[in-house]
Design a protein around this ligand. Structure first.
Ligand code: ZN
Length: 339
């Protein structure tokens, strides 16, 4: 009897300890939606609108879908008007602000929304108009004193410059560049809640002793590296699901990319899995029209919503074991192209 009471007391003590330092289950509680650009930074330019405007509209659409279908999830947006976030007028400062906003609000997932443009969609050529003009030119005839300048005429067709039909269209989803893992690890290490997050996600949540939070610094560093890999895998998995969704919708998908030639700050400075969805080419007239339409915006947001749902379910039902964290092989190649 005493033993049983003692056991109950022990359980009670553990429960109090756990409550004193509440470890959170791995999950998706807060989603940060980041519509790219804004205000003075319009992003890519279409004929009738620009990237910053459409990214915000798609972001709003995604927020209302999450609110309606995942009411347990909190959604925060980095901006809600056509301005750079944080009242800033500097694009790079705004990028830092976006990542800080996601980190200080303890986002579990960071979704940046953008539209693309391609120099290939801005190609021009010349063609004949069917109209002609007379051109005068001069030749010299004779030699010495007899040398004369003689005017002659010829008929030439008038040409005009015209834009070649844009060809590049489709979606792609970006994840942290392969040469930015150290940056991401630094961001992860800077997370003051990291020890608790790690303990919870490593499956220690029921036996978490506040003493255990003060883990050895070397072990902590190794675990943060592991975490960076885990976030990479999670981001990759989410990005793949997004692109699969676009494919199923009949959109052309470029798949998942790592942009190694130009770092993407919000992907590497966020202390959470992060993706950047390029939802289409704003300089392709059909895609511009589609992404400006209610239908296009809803379909696009729903692809992202479905991917988030699938991701959330995966994270919440199968917490990964610490020793199973491995980078995928073969790694994505340096040129950045995924599958
Ligand atoms: Zn952009």
């Amino acid at each position: 009897m005493i033993k049983i009471v003692g056991l109950i007391l022990l359980c009670f003590t553990m429960a109090i300890k756990a409550a004193a330092s509440p470890p959170q289950k791995p999950g998706v509680r807060t989603i940060i939606i980041d519509p790219g650009h804004g205000g003075i930074d319009g992003g890519a330019q279409g004929k009738n609108t620009r990237e910053a405007v459409l990214a915000l509209e798609i972001g709003f659409q995604l927020r209302s879908l999450i609110n309606a279908e995942m009411p347990e999830v909190k959604v925060l947006m980095t901006r809600e008007s056509d301005e750079l976030p944080g009242g800033l007028y500097n694009k790079n400062a705004a990028l830092r602000w976006r990542a800080n906003f996601a980190n200080t609000n303890n986002g579990d997932l960071f979704i940046s929304i953008h539209l693309n443009a391609s120099p290939q969609n801005q190609k021009y050529a010349r063609r004949g108009t069917g109209e002609y003009r007379t051109e005068t030119y001069y030749v010299y005839t004779g030699k010495g004193k007899n040398r004369k300048k003689v005017a002659k005429t010829r008929t030439v067709e008038i040409t005009e410059r015209y834009q070649l039909p844009p060809k590049v269209r489709g979606t792609m989803t970006l994840i942290v560049a392969s040469n930015a893992y150290n940056q991401k690890a630094k961001a992860v290490a800077a997370n003051s809640n990291m020890n608790e997050v790690m303990m919870a996600e490593m499956g220690e949540k029921d036996s978490l002793d506040p003493e255990m939070v003060n883990i050895d610094p070397v072990l902590a560093r190794i675990m943060r590296q592991q975490y960076t890999k885990l976030y990479f895998q999670k981001s990759l998995s989410l990005a793949n699901t997004v692109e699969d969704g676009f494919n199923q919708l009949g959109r052309y998908s470029f798949g998942v990319w790592q942009r190694d030639w130009e770092a993407i700050w919000v992907l590497q400075a966020t202390q959470m899995p992060a993706i950047l969805v390029e939802t289409g080419f704003v300089d392709h007239p059909e895609e511009e029209a589609y992404l400006s339409s209610k239908k296009g915006q809803e379909e696009t947001a729903r692809v992202i919503l479905n991917a988030i749902k699938q991701y959330k379910q995966g994270v919440e039902t199968t917490p990964p074991a610490a020793d199973s964290l491995k980078l995928p092989t073969p790694p994505l190649n340096a040129a950045g192209q995924g599958n």
